[in-house]
Design a protein around this ligand. Structure first.
Ligand SMILES: [Mg+2]
Length: 224
């Protein structure tokens, strides 16, 4: 089971944007004048475009500096994130219920930087249910489509069990999550707790779509 993070498990409610606004000048010496479209994209991709549209060359060094500033920004904003942001309804209970099932192994597939995902999940106490040393992140590859295979390989390395496509479920809130799952050939669950509606997630091709997370409903869907 591979979980997307933003708008699937948690939402920062503006804190993520505020951290970007602070990290960008800290890393580049310039204000963030223009913001890249972020929904469903990987952080590597977003950082490169943010640098480019703000008139800076997206060299590896510039990208690394921005990544470090973002991680530090999240580290410094743990308290703000905990009070302003939230775990989405049903997220904690669903992760906990699935974690009780020895047949289910849970990690993440997210566009976030690895360390940023860890901080976001730790702040809301969700990290305990997920093997964050596996998974695939926005600093592994700029293309989300490539992340599924990376996550499957890491899960196999960590557990000694092979996770074929029939036994891999990706769950997320955007058409990009759905696309990543479909291109890889794994099962896809959509959850309409972001900006995308149930209808749109269905149209994108998700195998099952829910209004919000519910442990019982999700387990029933997974067992079919
Ligand atoms: Mg998301």
């Amino acid at each position: 089971m591979l979980w997307d993070v933003d708008h699937t498990l948690i939402e920062t409610r503006g804190v993520g944007r505020a951290i970007y606004d602070r990290a960008f000048p800290a890393a580049t010496g310039r204000p963030l004048a223009k913001l890249a479209q972020i929904s469903g994209r990987t952080e590597l991709d977003i950082m490169r475009e943010s640098l480019r549209i703000n008139g800076l060359e997206p060299t590896d060094e510039a990208v690394n500096r921005l990544a470090r500033a973002l991680i530090q920004g999240y580290e410094d904003a743990r308290e703000e994130l905990g009070t302003t942001g939230r775990a989405l309804p049903g997220a904690y209970d669903t992760l906990a219920a699935l974690a009780d099932d020895p047949q289910i192994y849970q990690s993440v597939l997210t566009g976030n930087l690895r360390e940023v995902a860890r901080i976001k999940l730790e702040v809301f106490g969700l990290d305990r249910f997920l093997d964050l040393d596996a998974g695939a992140y926005g600093d592994d590859n700029p293309e989300r489509l490539k992340l599924v295979a990376i996550a499957q390989r890491r899960a196999a390395e960590r557990t000694g069990t092979t996770f074929g496509n029939d036994h891999t479920v990706l769950i997320g809130d955007t058409p990009k999550d759905v696309e990543a799952g479909l291109v890889a050939g794994v099962r896809v669950v959509g959850v309409a707790t972001g900006k995308t509606t149930v209808e749109e997630l269905r149209e994108a091709g998700a195998n099952v779509v829910f209004e919000q997370l519910d442990a019982g409903v999700l387990r029933a869907a997974l067992s079919r």
